[in-house]
Ligand binder design. Sequence first.
Ligand code: ZN
Length: 620
Amino acid sequence: MSKILNFSALLLLSTATLLTMYKETPAKPRPTTKDPKPSAVHTRDAAPDIAYTVSMSKPWTHLLEVEMRLKWPTAQKAVDVKMPVWTPGSYLIREYARHVQDFAARSGAAQLEWAKINKNTWRIDAKGSKEILLSYRVYSNELTVRTNELNDEHAFWNNGATLMFPAGQLAAASTVTVQPYGNWKIATGLPKVPGQTNTFRAQNFDVLYDSPFEVSNFTEITFNVHGKPHRVVISGEGNYDLRQIAKDIPKIVEEGYKVFGELPYDDYTFIVNLRGGGGLEHLNSTALQWNRWGFKPAGRYNGFLGLVAHEYFHLWNVKRIRPDALGPFDYENENYTKLLWVAEGMTSYYEGVLLRRAGLLSDSAFLQSKASAIEQLQARPGRFETSLEEASMDAWIKYYRQDENSINNQISYYDKGDIVSMMLDVTIRSASNGARSTDDVLRYLYNEFYKKGRNYTPTDFQKACELMAGKSLDDFFSKYVRGEAEIDYDGIVRGIGLTVNVTEPNRSRAYLGADLSEQDGRLTIRSVAAGTPAYDQGLNTGDQIVAIDGFRATQTFLQSYLGDKKPNDKVKLTIFRFDKLRDVTFTLGTDLRKDYGFSPVENPTPDQRRLYKDYLGGDL
Ligand SMILES: [Zn+2]
């Protein structure tokens, strides 16, 4: 999944579907779902033939039409089919069943009776049939990388939000036939079934649910890297330069190849929708969303490339190098892991690393982006409340449900994970005198875990890092991964000849300390960080600041008015709280946040110079 980076780079996710991958992965016992009346009513011995048809005859209604044909060798009494409640890569229960309507079941010409038995399960009385046909429609009017949209311009859907699975049959293969609207074209990572029109095959449900579809009159470019075909499909108009994209994305692919030494897919599809934002990783594809006018100037275009690099890198880190709980997936419950900081944070780190190595980001821009990430983390009181492992576990209830208190009680496993990944990389480089890096850690996990059909645990990850560092990293992991200690940035980056400059802000400037937003002429408090004057003097999220010392408050006015004030000056704030007007005498304070930057140490040693060059390519 992705999120937005601070230096204008966004981020992230990616995908890939591999024919070989699931063959190599031994079947791990799947978490079973608890049906009200389990085995008695199901026949789980043989997998049915499963064939879906997805149609879109009236795109303006936003209804995708689904038919699901199930065929068994033996007669069936009752059949349960289920909708996933979430989709991998986006760790929130989304209840896709809520968009299902017009469900019907039949066998030949006969209608079959059915009943909902819980929020996402339909039980059909199959009356001894060997073949049944289910039909339903899915309301699809929300464009995000993990939901569906159908309208008169295009169809984009995730199969996990669209296609039901027969209970207990997640290992079964299936086919999907798409009936496009008009002359729309089809893009997906799923392989075509030879000889059949618009029909695709998935060898199991993890692959099926991993493969989104874009169906529209998209623009497309193709290129080969190391003999593998890549396709970029862009839906919508915008200020992108197709030729530039066709030059730059292959460079990102090449840098990913260099880390792992192979491209573990038959082909790869980048699906780009020019609305919304973010990305979602898949085994051999990715869904990306970007503002249609967000390809210029260069800084914004770099943000797009960062998103591409992030999602693409995920094809290794998370889709193949899999944390303990992330695959095979349980589609009906939360899948908890302490490793999202590696899956997402380290991918965020490599997004910048790949761009830098590809020559798409300068050394100084790379370091600047890390410095501003550090600055933001250090301004977050939540860094003392939540560790990286806790933030990973609580993604399901916190990361996707940010509120005004998040700054005070949480960190992002993306942002802190990015920084800690950099610190880990530098630590391993220093400890091994430049012989090893996090590239080696990822390559090791890829070869020793993915290729041997295993997922990795937090202990496995730490051990892999220690193997490369050639020493214990328990202190590092207990402080920065399992704990909430302040990070010794300077002590770590000195290994590669850098020092961290911490600059105090102008202490003579008056400071309010609330995060404000202005909309329709209303200036409202969005959040209040602990330890600021606003926090200590009781300003609340949601308070509307109407006036200061009797003058109407706007963002611009506030800046210039407070520019003439000093810390400890008093002002009268007139605020609406819960629709009631009140005056507050407020004592202005001092901004204690600090600025961070990297610079070379004085008189670097030859080792520091060498390690710096290994890391960043340039000279100290
Ligand atoms: Zn991601």
